[in-house]
Design a protein around this ligand. Structure first.
Ligand code: SAM
Length: 362
């Protein structure tokens, strides 16, 4: 029977269950007598002792003494039983505590192991990061990335500045397609627009049509220059697209993109495909020549034929603008032109993609 049941409904000392309090079970004789079962047993013992003593002819003092001894024995028996219950409960609680302590120690060990594992991983990561940071190759890449970021930020700023200039110089009413990338960048467009403003060319010829055709024609209109733009375009779809753009901006009367499929030209040392002759045969006294095509994918030094083929159609004071001079191919072409025509001079512009303005002296 559980220790709790033992004392239920009684006023005597009890041992409570797990979670309760433990009280010593050494009750006093008085409290023992209050209990009904003990009281009944006591009365029975006293009665038995009195009956036995009377039968045996003992005196009243002896009878009382026997009764008292019986009571003391009963109290001792009861106390012994309560002590056993308390001991049982104590052992059970000690067992539980022992189990709990073992469990907590186990958990502590596991946590310690995990901490050690995490510390080892942090050490390893720190060492790896330090090794990477100190690696000269990584340092070089970092330096390179810094230079790229500084350069690109500079380019972006200058392109924004050029755009602001373009839009403040020229009235634009329609949608303008994206610049940069395959299209000319704002900085070279600003150079072209400014050449139109200052040199007032009667004929502008472009190799490769697109947004540059639009800005040149808008510049003609804006500055009241009596001139026109002819853009040679090897790709029929791009030619159509450019003509549509010109119409949207109401400058079709000032500019046209001519479809000029590429055909092979024999230029002595340099044979290459270039815009078909019939597309430019009628052009003469070109004041501004913008060389931005054909694309490099069509041939090595694909833009080289522009000067040999159009040289005798340039006006005396013509400006030849070569775009993309950051590229090796375009630099080699200019070198070759300068060799071919010793009177040619070059002015370089540090633009995003690089540009040079070439003029024949005299
Ligand atoms: C450098 S792009 C000429 C860009 C033109 N001057 C302009 O400012 O828009 C040379 C040629 O590439 C072709 N082209 C233009 N945009 C292109 C694109 N997004 N992808 C492929 N080819 C393109 C056209 O045939 C164009 O004549």
């Amino acid at each position: 029977m559980p220790a709790t049941d033992e004392g239920r409904g009684t006023a005597g000392p009890t041992a409570t269950s797990h979670g309760g309090t433990l009280r010593p079970a050494f009750g006093s004789l008085g409290s023992l007598l209050v209990r009904r079962d003990v009281a009944v047993a006591t009365v029975a013992a006293v009665a038995l002792a009195v009956v036995a003593a009377t039968l045996l002819g003992a005196g009243a003092t002896t009878v009382l003494l026997v009764a008292a001894i019986g009571l003391v024995l009963l109290a001792a028996l009861h106390s012994h039983r309560q002590n056993r219950l308390v001991m049982y409960e104590l052992r059970r609680r000690v067992g539980q505590l022992d189990h709990e302590v073992t469990r907590l120690v186990g958990r502590f060990d596991t946590t310690e192991q995990q901490h050690e594992q995490i510390r080892a991983e942090v050490r390893h990561t720190t060492e790896t990061v330090e090794a990477i940071t100190l690696d000269p190759a990584v340092e070089r890449v970092n330096e390179y990335m810094k230079r790229v970021v500084v350069r690109e930020t500079g380019h972006t700023y200058r392109e924004v500045e050029s755009l602001l200039n373009l839009y403040s110089m020229i009235t634009v009413e329609g949608r303008v397609p994206p610049m940069r990338g395959w299209a000319a960048s704002p900085d070279v467009l600003l150079l072209l627009v400014d050449l139109v403003r200052t040199e007032r060319p009667g004929l502008i010829v472009e190799c490769g049509s697109g947004v540059s055709t639009l800005w040149c024609s808008l510049a003609l209109r804006q500055f009241g220059v009596d001139g026109r733009v002819v853009s040679l375009e090897h790709d029929e779809a791009y030619a159509r697209q450019t003509n549509k753009l010109l119409a949207e901006h109401g400058v079709s009367h000032l500019a046209e993109a001519r479809h000029a499929p590429l055909e092979e030209f024999d230029l002595g040392d340099h044979s290459a495909p270039w815009y078909s002759r019939r597309a430019w045969a009628d052009l003469d006294r070109i004041g501004l020549l913008f060389v931005d095509g054909p694309p490099g994918t069509t041939a090595g030094q694909a833009r080289y034929p522009a000067l040999p083929l159009l040289a005798d159609r340039l006006a005396a004071n013509a400006a030849v603008v070569m775009d993309d001079t950051v590229r090796r191919d375009e630099q080699d072409i200019i070198k070759q032109w300068l060799t071919d025509v010793p009177t040619l001079t070059e002015e370089r512009f540090k633009l995003e993609k690089g540009a040079s303005v070439l003029r024949a002296a005299g």
